[in-house]
Design a protein around this ligand. Structure first.
Ligand code: ATP
Ligand code: MG
Length: 518
């Protein structure tokens, strides 16, 4: 009886909100497409996902690959992960697999593990969002009732994410005109856009991410409310916004995503880190370079460190505050720490930056003035730093963006790649003589060792091995220190050949920018 009522209500919606194929936010009967119509290449399907659907089906349940994986398969892209939807309850799923774990409080799901691969199994969701508990802005707080497959489909976000693939029969079930929208390269939210964004404002970030990543256009009706509804994201728990931001930034299309965020009017207020940064020419250049680097790494399958990413996004805010503290009379090093505290505090509220990420960011920032101390033992000490790679990559971004002289980056490149003698020579060389040798190549600015272009880092102060420039500049360090690779310390007078690194710590490594393999 209740089901009938729901169906009749849902059936009405069908007329009100047609999708590309005339299907609605509430279709109960899917279009069924065979292999010739959908063209999915079974070779792109994870054998473990097939194992999961097969096991569930053999136990008498319905089971399908669902969501982003089906969308990607239809686009002939190898999905990065596989989700399975079923009418089995989480308990029933768990019993069928050896390594299966029920997780989640808001809505229980089962993680089925096969070695490193994780298949996420969800039970069909049911009940209309109307009856779910909500906050005062209409955001759904709990949504944990199970239901029919068509109900599950209507609860999904976009038409292209609401298709089900059965590997056994090789059929695709399409409830909301997803196939037509995939062909038209259109992102269309299921149902009434305003209501769906109100239920879950994160969908606004998701639509931006998919548009940028897939190079799809957003259907005007799905895009129009975003500008107005953007402030609703403020009410979403910070940890969720952070997760979504991370997905966006690590999608391999971070730059395109940020451009799309701006286009949709989502960067204001929503992400304070972008408000200021993207409006300053130097800041924009820096962020653009950092994201282009990140995108390239993701596309090459290299790991990316969230700490490095957020350190880059927030650097120009740190710079601004760093300058302000110095102008107010602070010494450069404490001023930098104060600036970092301010920026991290402000962002933690909004983005729930995890402690590990925040500490990586702080390390990367705090290392920056140390790159400007090129006397005595200071550069050797810096080579020992655990995050040298990240700090060095960051320094290079600063040089590339025009914030610092290229000469500083070149000097460090030469120093990191140099053998013992070459390193000593680099240190012995007064900055003013820098142009006389092969490296560093460019002439140093007057007074450049102690100042950034931004007026920031007078760096001989406050450090543990600070020394008057003239005093140590001409004397070789008493002893060289271990290199970051963990090689044994060697005397500074050692033969250059033995000291020569086969591989630069700064180049050619597959380690994440933060050097911690994240
Ligand atoms: P990708 O994994 O490539 O980022 P995806 O579409 O698989 O994209 P997931 O976050 O893995 O995204 O979600 C899996 C599926 O769950 C989605 O395809 C969609 O059907 C559904 N889904 C996820 N988030 C939401 C949401 N906020 N509202 C409604 N449905 C959602
Ligand atoms: Mg997914």
């Amino acid at each position: 009886m209740i089901k009938k009522l729901i169906r009749s209500i849902l059936g009405k919606g069908k007329k009100d909100a047609p999708g590309a194929s005339g299907k609605s936010g509430a279709a109960t009967e899917p279009d069924v497409l065979g292999p010739k119509q959908h063209g999915i290449d079974p070779a792109l399907v994870s054998p473990n996902a097939v194992r999961v659907t097969q096991t569930l089906q053999e136990a008498g349940f319905k089971a399908f690959i669902v969501g982003g994986a089906v969308r990607d398969l239809l686009l002939s892209v190898k999905p990065k992960d596989f989700d399975v939807a079923t009418n089995a309850t989480p308990e029933q799923v768990k019993q069928l697999f050896r390594r299966a774990f029920i997780i989640g409080r808001r809505f229980q799901i089962v993680h089925v593990m096969f070695g490193q691969e994780l298949i996420e199994v969800t039970t069909f969701r049911g009940a209309s969002a109307e009856s779910a508990p909500k906050d005062e802005h209409g955001r759904v707080l709990r949504d944990n009732t199970f239901g029919e497959q068509h109900e599950d489909a209507v609860r999904r976000d976009f038409t292209i994410n609401a298709m089900y693939y059965d590997p056994a029969t090789q059929t695709v079930l399409d409830y909301h005109g997803g196939i037509a929208d995939i062909r038209a390269k259109k992102l269309r939210i299921i149902g009434e856009p305003e209501a769906r964004y109100r239920e879950d404002p994160v969908r606004m970030l998701r639509v931006v991410r998919f548009a940028a990543k897939l190079k799809f256009t957003i259907d005007p009706a799905s895009s129009a409310p975003i500008r107005v509804m953007a402030p609703l994201i403020d009410n979403v728990p910070a940890a969720r916004v952070f997760d979504e931001m991370l997905k966006l930034l690590m999608s391999g299309h971070a730059l395109a995503c940020l451009q799309q965020l701006r286009k949709e009017g989502l960067h204001h207020g929503l992400l304070p880190l972008l408000d200021v940064v993207l409006e300053q020419p130097l800041g924009e250049k820096f962020v653009t370079l950092a994201l282009a680097n990140t995108d390239a790494r993701v596309k090459q399958g290299k790991p990316v460190s969230p700490g490095f990413l957020f350190a880059s996004l927030l650097w120009h805010q740190v710079l601004e505050k760093w300058r302000a503290y110095q102008a107010a009379g602070e010494y450069p090093i404490p001023a930098l720490h104060l600036a970092a505290d301010d920026v991290l505090d402000a962002q933690t509220e909004k983005l729930a930056l995890q402690r590990k990420i925040a500490s990586d960011m702080r390390d990367i920032w705090a290392m920056q003035p140390r790159f400007e101390r090129r006397v005595g033992k200071a550069p050797y000490k810096l080579l020992e730093h655990l995050r040298l790679r990240a700090g060095y990559d960051f320094l290079q971004l600063r040089c590339e963006s025009g914030e610092l002289d290229a000469e500083l980056g070149e000097w460090w490149d030469a120093f990191m790649n140099g053998n013992g003698a070459e390193r000593e020579e680099l240190i012995a060389r007064k900055p003013a003589d820098a142009s006389s040798g092969p490296a560093p190549k460019k002439r140093k600015r007057r007074g450049g060792r102690n100042r950034t272009k931004s007026g920031g880092a007078a760096t001989d102060q406050g450090g543990d091995d600070a020394a008057p420039a003239g005093a140590e500049a001409t004397s070789a360090p008493e002893q060289s220190v271990p290199e970051p690779s963990g090689e044994a310390p060697a005397a500074s007078g050692e033969a250059p050949k033995r000291r020569r690194r086969r591989r630069s710590p700064a180049a050619g490594s597959d380690v994440a920018p933060a050097g911690d393999g994240e």
